[in-house]
Design a protein around this ligand. Sequence first.
Ligand code: FAD
Length: 375
Amino acid sequence: MTTPVTIIGAGLGGLVLARVLHLHGVPVTVHEAEPSPTTRRQGGMLDVQPWSGQAALDAAGLLGGLRELVLEGRESYRVLDRTGTVLLDRPDDGTGARPEVQRGALRRLLLDSLPRGTVRWGSKVTGVRALGAGRHEVRLADGTTVVTNLLVGADGAWSRVRPLLSDSTPRYTGVCLVETFLFDADARHPAAAAAVGAGSLFALAPGRGLLAHRESGGTLHAYAQLLKPRDWLADVDPDDAATVTARTVEEFDGWAPELTTLITGSDTPPVLRRLFALPAGHRWDRVPGVTLLGDAAHLMPPNGEGANLAMLDGAELGRAIAAHPDDPEAALVEFERAMFTRAAEAANDDTYEIMLGEEAPHSTVAMLTPAERAS
Ligand SMILES: Cc1cc2nc3c(=O)[nH]c(=O)nc-3n(C[C@H](O)[C@H](O)[C@H](O)COP(=O)(O)OP(=O)(O)OC[C@H]3O[C@@H](n4cnc5c(N)ncnc54)[C@H](O)[C@@H]3O)c2cc1C
């Protein structure tokens, strides 16, 4: 017997799970709130880590597809101070192990690998309830319900499935981001494009920083990062782009103009993102017939691991379900045991303290330098 699986959320974690189950012949349906695959810009660049993201895509039979998405030269990075002085500059010499791809392209690769109809778009979950004996009822926004014997919450930070397993909710981390995009930057913003270079830029000072990546087609994708109370900009209409831009750039008063252009030169309205995280080491007691993966299970501040871990979770859960076709509980026990351990290790991370702490930017230079020597 094979239990059909109901996944909530077509992010990278849910899609890797769906793909691995499909490869093993396990019936699966994914309910995704967004109306279509192209509704939302899918974030920026991801470096796909060997032990997690790449291992997951290998299990999904998609390593070849991943290689075709890699943007050459993007593993280079540099650290600057507020004056634009380059403190560390590491070109991509082709020996790096963490290829950079656009998240949207990776999601497309996964979607294209699934049979048509696997993902139900515009299928927003509004509630879930236990029916007993491991069965759950999933309520959808259109008023219909689905009953399933195996429910997986891959529905991100504000998971609707999580309350079945845990009372924890994400807490504000003290970090606000303002996201911008500059298109055709080499021609239109040459100084900013030169500052970013071929890959990633970290321009840092205590309490604030600018992080930028060069995407395909000369696009610069940037985040202003600020240590701020949760109500920072609460008095501003988030759709008032001019005011959000002005209030953000005033935090970078005196910074080199090629850096502040990453804020003022945006071709898209700036988007304020407050970062939340679940408690490090978040876990739960086993509840029959349901589990979580990715951000739904272990939302953490961005540290280059979240999407990679979500994909690994998806691959590991898929393999465990396929290995125990008659005993989904055994699969969930096996999956959760390993997932809790690796998520706790990854969450034990002080990236933001290092990047935006009192010793910035030198603390980041110090963090990156020994890692390079060891690699
Ligand atoms: C600014 C920033 C930069 C980041 N950079 C990196 C990086 O460089 N490398 C890295 O590895 N990670 C990075 N991360 C973390 C990464 O984005 C997440 O960890 C990752 O997206 C988690 O994947 P997921 O599949 O668990 O959830 P998500 O990607 O959040 O997907 C969840 C899906 O569920 C859907 N959904 C939500 N609610 C419902 C509902 N009620 N009904 C139906 N569907 C629903 C959503 O629409 C979404 O499609 C970054 C995060 C941020 C904020």
